[in-house]
Design a protein around this ligand. Sequence first.
Ligand SMILES: [Fe+2]
Ligand SMILES: [Fe+2]
Length: 208
Amino acid sequence: MTTTPKSRAPTKSIGKRTAADAKASAVAKAKKIAPAVPAQIGSTPRTKFRGKEDIFGRLVEDHDRHRALLAMISATHGDSKDRKKLFKELVLEIHGHAAAEEQALWSSVMRHPKTTEDAGHAVGEHKEMDKLLADLAARDMAKSGWLRRFSKVKDEYLHHIREEEQEQFLHAQKHLTPDDLRHLKQVFEERKSVEKANAVVKKKIRLK
Ligand SMILES: [Fe+2]
Ligand SMILES: [Fe+2]
């Protein structure tokens, strides 16, 4: 007679989030907007911050959420409900994230002469992204050209967040203390929810 093996005791959580956990939780947040739409973000650019508990880890988690939203929008068609919902969420997310990132991180980074330029560069790209998103919002999603324009904006934004993760965050980190990092994360969390709640989808065609 065989005996049934005892089920293994559940593995104790070590209380630390891995990079993979952080990425999965970011994708899950994006999926809530349109659960039927695939979110194939594939491999993400290498960064040492993914899964970290500090401000940089928090920012990368938002970036992965945005990567998922971008991939999901690319998988939608015409002026479908899912495309509309996902695009609105992307605009509010990016607006809330960029404003809070400026108020928490880039304002502090700008104060340090060695990183003033990095902060100016990141903030300049946020302004550009605002204009590109307003242009997309003003155009007809049902037309085939919309997705083509969207793909260009997607590439611009992916470039922006990769550069933050692989260059500007590394420079910024050198001039911030552990206390700064804790404080900045708290400021980011507070500001992100307020900025996202107050964000609106602006519509303005860019003539060029
Ligand atoms: Fe940014
Ligand atoms: Fe960012």
